[in-house]
Write a protein that binds this ligand. Structure first.
Ligand code: TYM
Length: 351
């Protein structure tokens, strides 16, 4: 490792850069929109470079997908990004597998991360459950690929929902161990950005469970492709308790179903929970739910309409992803090269 120690010092100051990703594993939920997409679009206005990735390599870790379906879901997710306000000119938008440096850096990180770290990942435990022996190696190594996604761009900020916090923390551990073991200050210690009232949107059937595309009940979630009737019906049937809305935010503390609906309202309307409570204190759900349904329809309908329009031109979506991949690759290649150099791997091919 002595060679690596002599590699020119990269410095501790990293240009602020946002990176985040979503799996094209079928269907976007209101959770993905409020916890991720809406915030990704807002990040563009902060004058910071933003890189967004459709992580198709992650999407085959839990189970292989029908190839036709994977392509379709990748394009649909690209349409979802754009329809949610991510402008492919201001942000880099691409699918992971087009930039092979992700897989290359992930290999190095597989050799940095420890089995014990991976074993502690709650998502691994949840997804593999009692069948760890039958789970793919890719599912186990998933967080190392996620670390590669982030660190390949020296990203300093990663906006995610609450459920991804542990994976971003693991990314920090991988960066720190790499820097320490090779005696460099090469990878940033990335910050998870988990902000706002919708970092954990809960199921409409059970306010203690995360809203998820893998929940067997479609009533538990709002899909970005749901029409106005479906959205209203799901909100009308959402689980609540018999009490009216409280007059302070603290009054929601032990009421997970009520709190979830108020949080969703606040996130959709760009209000604080206190502001929503001020408007609806003492009101019954018979009043609140129709107001929430109207708001959800008003905010989500333009997105699903725009997604449908974009999906009519798959070649244009592929063009956008290709252009994004070229731009991503231009940032990734020098960082990958430098990493391999630090590790001691020779790259002497021309071209
Ligand atoms: P994924 O595809 O499961 O989810 C994408 C994003 O949506 C957020 N999210 C939610 N936020 C609030 N409430 C919910 N109910 C909810 N459900 C999902 C997630 O927190 C996430 O931000 N491993 C990642 C994808 C990934 C990634 C990355 C993310 C791969 N590489 C690098 C950031 C950086 C995942 O499976 O997210």
């Amino acid at each position: 490792m002595t060679d690596a120690v002599q590699t020119p010092h990269v410095g501790t100051k990293f240009t602020p850069r946002v990176f985040s990703g979503i799996q094209p594993s079928g269907g976007l939920t209101l959770g993905n929109y409020l916890g991720a997409l809406k915030r990704f679009a807002q990040k563009q206005d902060e004058g910071i470079e933003t890189i967004y990735c459709i992580v198709d390599m992650h999407a085959i870790t839990a189970a292989l997908l029908d190839p036709v379906k994977l392509r379709q879901q990748t394009r649909e997710l690209a349409a979802g990004f754009i329809a949610s306000g991510i402008d492919p000119k201001r942000s880099i938008l691409f699918n992971q597998s087009q930039v092979s440096a992700h897989a290359e850096l992930a290999w190095i990180f597989n050799c940095i991360a420890r089995m014990g770290w991976m074993n502690r990942m709650t998502q691994w435990k949840d997804k593999a459950g009692k069948h760890a022996e039958a789970a793919s190696l890719g599912l186990f190594a998933y967080p190392a690929l996620m670390a590669a996604d982030i660190l390949l761009y020296h990203a300093t900020q990663v906006p995610v929902g609450e459920d991804q916090k542990q994976h971003v923390e693991l990314t920090r551990d991988i960066a720190a161990k790499f820097n320490h073991d090779y005696g460099v200050d090469f990878f940033p210690i990335t910050e998870p950005v988990i902000e706002g009232v919708a970092t954990r949107v809960m199921s409409l059937r059970d306010g203690t469970k995360k809203m998820s595309k893998s929940d067997p009940s479609d009533q538990s979630r709002i899909n970005l492709t749901d029409d106005a009737d479906a959205i209203s019906a799901k909100i009308r049937k959402a689980k609540t308790d018999p009490e009216p809305l409280p007059d302070t935010a603290e009054g929601l503390a032990d009421r997970p179903d009520a709190r979830n609906l108020v949080n969703i309202y606040a996130a959709l309307a760009d209000l604080t929970v206190e502001q929503v409570i001020a408007d609806f204190a003492g009101k019954q759900f018979g009043v609140f739910k129709p107001a929430l349904a109207d708001l959800a329809v008003e905010k989500l309908r333009p997105i699903s309409t725009e997604m449908q329009r974009l999906m009519q031109d798959p070649a244009e979506i592929d063009r956008i992803l290709g252009e994004g991949a070229d731009r991503a690759d231009a940032i990734a290649q020098p960082i990958l090269r430098k990493t391999l150099d630090i590790v001691g791997m020779i790259r002497s091919r021309r071209g």
